[in-house]
Design a binder for this molecule. Structure first.
Ligand SMILES: Cc1ncc(COP(=O)(O)O)c(C=O)c1O
Length: 369
């Protein structure tokens, strides 16, 4: 039987008995946080799974962004995208940095590298792109520009867990990448996140910064923050790592069904897999062309909702339209035509590993006329 309401997401949960076994170990050890055994195990297991040299675990996906900017001493202006979750830009604001928005590429939703150079000023110190929906940015083009102008690159890779291009993790691009392990993500630790870096020295510095700046019992080397992942979430994360491949494959099958049914629906656009890319199927955005489809995005979104099918207008509104940012010179609609169009046309369809065929049929009935 289909549920009455089809939610847009549903978390990947470890087997409760397995989790209880690990909780028992934690209770027995009485070591519940501060770089405990499960924390260390999860960092090592993630580095191996993600094919990256170093991982530092965090309590969520926002604090590694804020910390990366601190660690690299980024100041002045940073070039970023308005088509993301608001945490991307908030991380800049919390560091007293001015966000400079550039437009996105319609084919990926990611920052358009062709728009970056025109936005660079003497105050620009870094670029902060987002692998939106887990679709990889054009990391080569972005790095070429960064190298030419001497800029740092920090990727908000909150959506890009496990994504690879030609067999290489996208998380290895740029100076640092950050991940979110929030409950809604492909891989979750309830709340959680991580930073990916290239060398042991940077990992050491980040580990200091996420622990108040402590470099030893009595030494504080920087004004750090507290963002250490505790033992319960680390243990939960170890269990979820064992089942994440199966969850991604189940999502892949959902994407195949969606694409098959929506391929010839006039006015509905979606993305196919990119050549050479290992996707994680974290989201399934569709784009509604009101004129061709005969209904606006919002009309479709609310019709679906009324029928118990919850989509998400993700990302709407654009970050550049929120009160904190809309006064910025780069926040205008004229500067961001593609991002504006995408945010006005997008609906992310329900996407998770336990979505039943029956539910998928019910969702598609709302869209395919
Ligand atoms: C693109 C992006 N960046 C950052 C974050 C923040 O992650 P968290 O919710 O784990 O703090 C999210 C979370 O939804 C996100 O989607």
């Amino acid at each position: 039987m289909s549920k009455d309401i089809i939610t847009v997401t549903s978390p990947l949960l470890p087997n409760l008995e397995d989790f209880n076994d690990l909780l028992k170990q934690i209770w027995d050890s009485k070591w519940i946080t501060n770089n405990g055994s499960f924390h260390k195990q999860l960092e090592a297991a993630l580095a191996e799974y993600l094919k990256v040299p170093y991982v530092s675990l965090f309590t969520n996906g926002t604090l590694p962004l804020i910390t990366a900017l601190q660690a690299l001493r980024i100041t002045g202006e940073v070039i970023t995208t308005p088509y993301s979750f608001v945490a991307t830009t908030h991380a800049l604001w919390w560091n007293g940095i001015k966000p400079v928005f550039v437009d996105i590429d319609w084919n990926t939703g990611c920052m358009d590298p062709n728009k970056i150079e025109a936005a660079i000023t003497p105050k620009t110190t870094a670029i902060m792109p987002v692998h939106v929906y887990g679709k990889p940015c054009d990391t080569k083009a972005i790095q070429d520009i960064a190298d030419k102008y001497g800029l740092k690159v920090i990727y908000d890779a909150a959506h890009a867990f496990g994504v690879e291009v030609d067999g290489e993790s996208v998380l290895n691009a740029g100076d640092m990448s950050t991940l979110s392990f929030h409950a809604t993500k492909v891989y979750n630790t309830i709340e959680g996140g991580a930073m990916i870096m290239h060398d042991a020295k940077t990992k050491q510095r980040i580990d200091y910064l996420k622990n108040f700046g402590f470099a030893g019992e009595t030494e504080v080397v920087a004004p750090g923050i507290n963002s250490k992942m505790d033992e319960m979430r680390s243990a939960y994360g170890l269990l979820n790592l064992k089942q994440v491949d199966a969850a991604i494959e189940a999502r892949h099958q959902v994407a195949i069904m969606y694409r098959k049914a929506l391929r010839n629906v006039e006015g509905i656009e979606f993305w196919d897999d990119m050549p050479g890319v290992k996707h994680n199927y974290s989201y399934f955005p569709i784009f509604v062309d009101a004129e061709k489809y005969g209904m606006t995005r919002d009309e479709l979104y609310f019709k679906m909702k009324q029928q118990g099918v919850l989509g998400r207008r993700y990302f709407y509104p654009l970050i550049s339209n929120f009160s904190t940012y809309r006064g910025l010179p780069s926040a205008t609609k004229e500067n961001l035509p593609i991002a504006t169009k995408m945010s006005e046309e997008v609906i992310c369809l329900p996407m998770y590993h336990t979505l039943s065929n029956e539910d998928i049929v019910k969702i598609l009935e709302q869209i395919v006329k």
